[in-house]
Write a new protein. Structure first.
Length: 592
């Protein structure tokens, strides 16, 4: 038994776990990095500890420091949330070795389902349908070619240690095998330090449907239906719903039983999710997530069960109080992930400070948020700001409610995915439930439709004196000049107006059409704040339009910054390891 829980996470999930602890009468302990000193979860917990000066992206991965703080705080249990260490068996073992309860599955169960081919072998033993493919790693190109002939193309080459699409290559003809294999191996070695690969028949237009299970420490396992998570971009889920418009009650029961059987067969404990691909009325086990998931909320909405409290009660050793026969979904729930990303610019990270914040409310509207007004979004973590979750009696009503709530949701000062969600929920394909994992790729019109919902660019903040001249390209009587402008400028600079025809000075005014980024500079500006991870440019270099010159790391993503036009580079200011602000100048073009 324990009475104090350390939450080894941040953002909305940390707040979510603290709320569950409070409702169960458990004391909560938050941890935070230096970048998160004023993050909302820190002030909400009963106690909070700084993890230390390590670079903020690593603080939440520092196992010895987390264990040390947990013991110092008198925690009897550690909840990992999701991401970070949530599926790290070594962390689960370290928590147990320190005499505390890990709120999650036994490390053995985590490991049995962690590797993709191991999970496939477990699924085979549990008689759970799989996509046709290998149960072991493969590195014989001739054997892969034989499998391609056997399965028919396309086939998928995947990373054994993989997940989230990294190391996934789709092969559509035999002559693509060698390059795809080599490329997948390289990516897998970098991403997972494990280059082992396996092969499957590739399903070209599946839905992504996952089953939620709960397992107690006494061998009882139940399922709580499915979530349809097909609307994804680059393997990041954006919209999830429960139940799936594609499932019949019979299919739901069949998938649920498979999930329960597989979880039971590996001795699973706690909350877990089994992911399936669903195509043409058939489902195929893909992988298992041995943690609570971001989108657990839509299951809670339709089943009326608090899954995080269930995790804590199971960790306390309580027998499951749920009976499978009593678990039937009611109504329909939709979750929209509100990310600090710009849907009008390829969902690139859009950092900044939240200048105004107002959440939607009303019957069937829930917001799990990790932010507030006047909050500066740290560049080190993923882009999730909050989750809007709506519930209604029917799917059409849930869609209408979600649209109303999205229209009410005000987040000033930061670009978010809200316009994308409004466009997606308005799309007839979504309304008709005609969605697969290719939905976003199949509907490029969504970006234009999102533009209609996009708020005006953020108001420029106060003038700031940078001490640095700003470079402008101006035309006077059609002659082009490069000029330096000194003096204060808006922190989020607006575009300069061209010099007066009579050769007057460049006059900085607030354009009627505000731009969100820096002044017009004949150079390469960073569209986002982040850490410069790579510089592929040098003074005097001839560059082509679209050539990748810099890599900026932000929100755990690498963003390629390309040359806006062909030309010769003048100054290259970017230095690897330094931080660049949104609108900052990475390089200039030579003016002659
Ligand atoms: C697949 C697949 C189709 N056929 N495997 C993507 C990452 C990981 N969750 C497994 N994924 C997939 N595996 C086979 N044999 C489709 C996906 C998939 C997907 C693929 C491409 C683009 C987006 C996707 C989103 C979810 C699942």
């Amino acid at each position: 038994m324990f009475d104090t829980v350390l939450i080894a996470n941040r953002g909305e999930i940390a707040l979510r776990v603290i709320r569950a602890c409070r409702e169960l009468g458990l004391r909560s302990v938050a941890v935070y990095s230096e970048a998160d000193r004023d993050a909302p979860h820190v002030g909400y917990a009963d106690a909070a500890y700084l993890l230390g000066p390590a670079p903020s992206s690593e603080s939440y991965l520092n196992i010895p420091r987390i264990i040390e703080v947990a013991q110092q705080a008198g925690a009897g249990a550690v909840h990992p949330g999701y991401g970070f260490l949530a599926e790290n068996a070594d962390f689960a073992r370290a928590v147990a070795a320190a005499g505390m309860v890990f709120v999650g599955p036994p490390p053995e169960a985590m490991e049995r389902m962690g590797g993709k081919t191991a999970a496939r072998r477990e699924a085979t033993n549990a008689k759970v349908p799989l996509v046709p493919g290998t149960l072991e790693a493969i590195d014989d190109l001739a054997e892969i070619r034989r499998l391609g002939d056997e399965f028919g193309y396309p086939i998928a080459i995947k990373a054994v240690g993989g997940g989230g699409g990294r190391g996934l290559r789709v092969v559509r003809a035999p002559d693509e095998i060698a390059d795809a294999f080599a490329s997948a191996r390289r990516e897998a070695e970098v991403a997972f330090k494990n280059g082992a690969l396996y092969v499957e028949k590739y399903l070209s237009n599946p839905r992504h449907i996952e089953i939620q299970i709960l397992a107690d420490t006494h061998g009882t396992v139940v399922h709580l239906g499915e979530r349809d998570c097909s609307i994804q971009r680059r393997h990041q889920k954006l919209i999830e719903e429960a139940p799936s418009p594609a499932l019949t009650p019979a299919l739901r029961a069949e998938m649920g039983l498979c999930a329960v059987r597989l979880a039971q067969s590996v001795g699973y404990v706690g909350a877990g999710t089994l992911e399936f691909l669903f195509e043409a009325g058939h489902f195929y086990f893909l992988e298992m997530n041995t943690r609570i998931q971001v989108e657990h909320t839509v299951t809670e909405a339709v089943y009326g069960i608090d899954l995080v409290k269930a995790q804590l009660r199971i960790a306390q050793g309580e027998p499951l109080w749920l009976r499978q026969a009593e678990l039937t979904p009611r109504g329909h729930a939709i979750e929209c992930r509100i990310n600090a990303e710009d849907p009008l610019h390829n969902f690139r990270p859009a950092l900044g400070t939240i200048t105004s914040y107002r959440e939607p409310a009303g019957l069937g509207v829930r917001v799990d948020s990790g932010v507030r007004a006047d909050y500066a979004i740290p560049q080190f973590y993923d882009s999730l700001l909050s989750k809007l979750v709506v519930w209604a009696e029917s799917r059409p009503e849930a869609i209408a409610r979600a649209q109303r709530a999205l229209a009410d949701y005000e987040i000033g000062g930061v670009i978010t995915t809200i316009p994308f969600h409004r466009a997606a929920l308005a799309h007839p394909g979504f309304a008709h439930g005609e969605v697969s994992v290719n939905f976003i790729g199949q509907h490029p019109e969504l970006v234009e439709q999102a533009r209609a919902f996009a708020p005006p660019a953020p108001e420029p903040a106060d003038l700031v004196e940078t001490g640095e001249p700003r470079l402008f390209t101006v035309e006077v009587n059609s002659r082009r000049f490069g000029v330096k402008v000194f003096g204060a400028a808006p922190a989020v600079a607006v575009g300069a107006t061209p010099a007066k025809a009579a050769g007057g000075n460049t006059k900085r005014t607030t354009n009627t059409k505000k731009t969100a980024l820096g002044p017009k500079v004949d150079g390469v500006l960073s569209p986002i704040q982040g850490r410069i991870a790579a510089v592929r440019a040098e003074p005097g270099q001839q560059v082509e339009a679209g050539q990748i010159l810099f890599i900026i790391e932000a929100m755990k993503m690498e963003n390629e910054i390309t040359a806006p036009h062909a030309g010769t580079l003048g100054e290259v200011r970017a230095q690897v390891g330094t931080t660049i602000e949104a609108g900052g100048i990475l390089a200039t073009y030579s003016s002659h």
